[in-house]
Ligand binder design. Structure first.
Ligand SMILES: C[S@@+](CC[C@H](N)C(=O)[O-])C[C@H]1O[C@@H](n2cnc3c(N)ncnc32)[C@H](O)[C@@H]1O
Length: 863
């Protein structure tokens, strides 16, 4: 084989456009460049001289033989005594046939001369007939293929790959024209499912692509079916311009595919917008997503890297070797990612019960709304059966679509990996998406290798009223599962073929898309083949530059992947607390409420309160379960204040500093009572790197509430739940709630038989109350006042007499100031306080706040 290469452009275009254009062709005419390469030359021609003895050489030269020529009378015949690669249009088989009869190529004269020198037919050419008697074949063994192993069709050199390759950075994306019809109803879909004989061939599936493309793709894939790993990988590394991108800062290449697609679709996944272009996810919202068939989790690592802990992910994947590897989420925040494996705990998406349970769980944790987007990337090995990958994957396609639609909120987006889309079953699934989403694209990102069948269906904006479609898909899956055992019949269509074909806009899109992707794929496979055959072939693009441009476009930093460092906790605390601020506030004790100081709370709306029921700690999260605790007391003997939280399965994103109570929560009563630890957040300084220390107390707690929603993983066994403390207003209504509707008398296991007052939390949980903390939420000189005319609270500045309704910036009591000004009312007086005249008993407390509230609300109008 010999090649000519034409290069029109190489490297990035001068104007720095987003495409790098390379044109190249490989024909069957000779090229010096190709032949000059030592490795390829020896592969092509074998060694030139070693098999003849000196005597034979001399005699042969006498007979007119010149080195490099053939041994035939006129220099025809086999040039090297070894089988060479075909250089013209001859097929390799012909050359091999000739080579098997070497005696026929010598002239009679040469034959006689050689015999006179003692050469005998069948002997070696050495002086004594020694040496190898048969033809030496050029080695065809490459990579790890077994010796003598040949790949049918692969070594055929007579092919062309007309490459017009553009190193595109921003891919064009073409949308299926939006479907004008509403989602199909149950009635419409009644007879849509068609059952037929199970079919494991694909070569006649040309309804949605041209016959030539189908044949080309299947032929090219067949050639690769039997190819071994090493030679193929090396060729691919050179042949694919995007190969240097790899996983960048993430655990795998898959993550980069998601980064690529997110960018290609204007970050609609990680920064969804409403139809007016406004952000759908506000600063106090979580971005909910699901990642299906998703192990080890590169997609999610990308999303969590982009959004941090304010994205909450639900993962579903098969258990086993490809399970999630959360320890590899170095770039993202695994703390807010919850793997789920369904009711059978195997993560099999085909299983109906698993699907139902996963849906229930996701809806429960998203306030019944569902997630903002779903990614699905299912696949399994189809080694040796690449041509029918689509058929083998049909249930995977179906179940990913079904699961996604079942947990997606209206307006949400969906992206799912598919392979070939030749059969009416797969096209029917895309059709269903076309009917229930506003926009649907078949998209192949540049990070998806051009030589494979992979592509993604990207669906934007789930429409309402899709319940019937969901049911249709669910029932189809039930039928497939039922038919699995008999292995004779199968669901051939989920939407009748005639409906698909009748929708001309839809079906011609599918044909165009298949033809476009198929042509590129067939050509890329040929290119790869040329690269395998010729190990010196190199693309005329700078792969480093291609990587740089891609990362820039996708907004991914070009730096090495690295595990974050685990700092010393005391050093880290100084860094988080910022060093400039004194940290004595952590040590401040609350003031016990007495009949004297209770007057300080007469502006009762300046405070909030909560019922305490556990030990107070400060927690510092350094990522996952790397959590340190401190009781706030200075340690004068050593600089070590923070100690590792041991035997406590909890996760916090790194750079988190919160104040908590570790509480023993109770369920039931008496002997059957269950006790379990929980962590209640009562205030926050930094939440996963977000500094909230100077925000208003309600904002700090609202943000902490988001964190709680994000990190809790109810299905992860043994995890200690993180909760937000229930915060009450300080007024008579709240106090009534605390002391009456929230109190239940229960026998507490391990205590006396007498029922005790328990403070009821949600879901039947309760705790033994220790007291009530009053937290100041407003900063001097500001105070709350009440406008009788406007019937609302406003802010009054005691120094300037300024009155405003909107919360002034400097009115918020920071973390530090509210920590230093707390009051505490103990639930039960301890022995020393009993009979103490300053003690405020419960009745007195209620009475005080009732009076204070009346006075406050009917006080002199200030505004
Ligand atoms: C290509 S990998 C996904 C890679 C992933 N997106 C990432 O970013 O790391 C395909 C995944 O599909 C999963 N899978 C295959 N069949 C499945 C099934 N029936 N149920 C659930 N997951 C399945 C595999 O176990 C594998 O984890």
């Amino acid at each position: 084989m010999s090649n000519t290469r034409k290069r029109k452009h190489g490297g990035l275009t001068q104007d720095g456009e987003t495409r790098i254009k390379v044109e190249r062709s490989l024909s069957s005419s000779d090229s010096d460049e190709e032949l000059s390469s030592p490795s390829y030359a020896s592969f092509l021609h074998g060694d030139r001289k070693p098999v003849y003895s000196d005597v034979v050489w001399k005699q042969m030269e006498k007979m007119g033989y010149k080195a490099g020529e053939s041994l035939g009378k006129t220099g025809l015949g086999n040039k090297q005594f070894s089988v060479t690669k075909n250089q013209g249009n001859d097929s390799e088989d012909e050359v091999l046939n000739n080579a098997s009869q070497p005696e026929s190529v010598y002239s009679d004269f040469a034959q006689r001369q050689m015999e006179s020198m003692g050469f005998q037919q069948g002997g070696g050419l050495g002086r004594f007939g020694q040496g190898r008697a048969d033809i030496i074949e050029a080695s065809q063994q490459r990579g790890r293929r077994g010796l003598g192993f040949r790949v049918e069709g692969f070594d055929d050199k007579d092919f062309t790959w007309e490459e017009e390759e553009e190193v595109v950075i921003v891919e064009p994306k073409v949308c299926i024209p939006s479907c004008p019809r509403p989602p199909p109803t149950k009635e419409e879909m009644e007879d849509w499912i068609r059952i037929g004989k199970k079919k494991l061939t694909i070569d006649d599936e040309a309804q949605f692509c041209s016959e030539e493309v189908l044949a080309e793709v299947l032929k090219s894939k067949t050639v690769f079916d039997a190819l071994s790993g090493d030679e193929f990988l090396k060729a691919r590394t050179r042949a694919n311009p995007y190969e240097f991108i790899r996983g960048a800062i993430f655990q795998n290449r898959a993550a980069m595919k998601m980064a690529n697609m997110d960018s290609a679709f204007d970050f609609m996944f990680t920064s969804p917008k409403d139809d007016k272009g406004r952000d759908l996810i506000g600063p106090n919202d979580l971005l909910y997503f699901a990642d299906l068939c998703a192990g080890p989790g590169g997609f999610s690592e990308y999303v969590l890297w982009r959004k941090g802990w304010q994205a909450k992910g639900f993962g579903f994947t098969l258990r086993g070797d490809n399970d999630f590897k959360l320890e590899e989420f170095l770039a993202g925040t695994p703390e807010t990612f919850e793997p789920h494996y369904g009711v059978h705990d195997d993560g099999d998406i085909y299983n109906e019960d698993n699907l139902v349970e996963f849906r229930r769980h996701v809806l429960e944790l998203t306030d019944d709304k569902g997630v903002h987007f779903v990614m699905a990337d299912g696949g399994f090995s189809v080694e040796g059966q690449e041509n029918i990958q689509e058929i083998l994957s049909k249930q995977l396609y179906l179940c990913q679509f079904l699961c996604a639609v079942s947990i997606l909120r209206t307006g949400g987006h969906f992206v799912c990996k598919l392979f070939d889309l030749f059969t009416s079953f797969s096209v029917g699934l895309v059709y269903l998406m076309y009917r229930i989403f506003d926009e649907v694209y078949i998209f192949k990102p540049v990070t998806s290798r051009p030589a494979n069948s992979e592509r993604y269906v990207v669906c934007k904006g789930l429409r309402p009223n899709i319940q019937d479609v969901l049911e249709h898909m669910f029932n189809t899956n039930v039928r497939i599962n039922k038919m699995k055992n008999q292995d004779i019949d199968d669901v051939m269509e989920i939407v009748p073929l005639h409906i698909l074909l009748e929708d001309e806009e839809f079906s011609s899109y599918m044909v165009d898309s298949n033809d476009r992707i198929g042509k590129v794929q067939a050509n890329s496979l040929k290119k790869l083949r040329a690269y395998v055959q010729d190990t010196t072939l190199m693309g005329h693009y700078d792969q480093g530059e291609v990587k740089k441009r891609c990362l820039e476009t996708w907004k991914i930093p070009e730096k090495a992947r690295a595990a974050p460092k685990n700092p010393d906790p005391d050093v880290k605390f100084d860094e988080l607390w910022k060093g400039v601020d004194d940290d004595h506030c952590f040590d401040s004790e609350p003031t016990t409420l007495t009949s004297k100081n209770i007057q300080n709370l007469k502006c009762l709306y300046n405070y909030k309160c909560f019922v305490s029921g556990g030990e107070r700690w400060f927690f510092m999260g350094l990522g996952r379960s790397n959590i340190y605790k401190w009781d706030g007391k200075p340690n004068y003997r050593s600089s070590t204040r923070w100690h590792k939280l041991e035997n406590f399965h909890l996760e916090l994103p790194r750079d988190t500093l919160i104040e908590v109570e570790i509480v023993q929560e109770l369920r039931g009563e008496g002997k059957g009572q269950r006790r379990s630890a929980a962590v209640h957040i009562v205030d926050a300084v930094i939440l996963g790197g977000k500094d909230v220390r100077n925000s208003h107390y309600s904002e700090r707690m609202a943000k902490a509430g988001l964190l709680v929603k994000a990190v809790n993983k109810p299905t992860c066994q043994g995890m200690v739940p993180l909760r937000l403390k229930h915060i009450f207003r300080v007024d008579s209504t709240s106090l009534k709630e605390i002391f009456t509707s929230r109190i239940d008398m229960k026998v507490v296991k391990g205590k006396s038989r007498e029922p005790r007052e328990c403070f009821m939390l949600e879901d039947g949980r309760h705790l033994l109350p220790k007291g009530i903390f009053f937290i100041k939420r407003i900063q001097e000189p500001w105070t709350y006042a009440h406008s009788r005319s406007a019937k609302r609270l406003y802010f009054f500045n005691k120094d300037t007499n300024e009155s405003v309704f909107e919360s002034p910036r400097d009115s918020a009591a920071s973390f530090k100031s509210s920590l230093g000004t707390r009051y505490f009312w103990p639930w039960e007086a301890d022995e020393s306080e009993k009979g103490e005249e300053n003690r405020v008993d419960r009745e007195r407390l209620i009475e005080f706040f009732t009076t204070a509230q009346n006075n406050f609300l009917s006080g002199p109008p200030r505004k």
